[in-house]
Design a protein around this ligand. Structure first.
Ligand code: DGP
Length: 115
């Protein structure tokens, strides 16, 4: 999508601190980290948010949750102590960038409930 910042980052038009990339996703460090490790898992395909996922995206969703996240957890040394995944969705969900992204945060003890 032409004016989408995460499309541009995911496709490499804009530089980012990339920690992982493959044919369908880019994972890069959040500009405003909320934990010692804070990366964003971003599909290269423009999908507005998780509510817009459809059956065509089943393979992508499975790839993110069964391959990318477990690999990141290991690579970032978060697999033993744990981490948090966040998918802000829409206005009430606190989504500020309208391109689906999964936050992966770790390296500190998280609190609950979130704000
Ligand atoms: P959300 O509120 O879930 O839509 O989170 C958007 C996140 O994206 C927020 O934590 C800040 C981050 N972010 C916004 N613009 C950029 C950018 O240009 N580069 C990077 N690396 N992160 C960004």
């Amino acid at each position: 999508m032409a004016d989408c910042i995460f499309c541009k980052i995911a496709n490499g038009e804009i530089q980012s601190q990339t920690v992982y990339e493959d044919e369908s996703v880019r994972v890069f460090r959040d500009l405003s980290p909320q934990a010692p490790e804070h990366v964003l898992i971003v599909p290269k395909k423009h999908i507005e948010n998780v509510a817009e996922f459809n059956s065509e995206d089943r393979g992508l969703a499975a790839h993110i949750f069964t391959e990318v996240i477990p690999k990141l957890a290991k690579d970032l040394n978060l697999d033993e102590k744990g981490f948090r995944l966040v998918i802000n969705t829409g206005e009430d969900g606190g989504q500020t960038v309208n391109h689906l992204h999964v936050h992966l945060l770790g390296g500190r003890k998280m609190t609950w409930p979130p704000g």
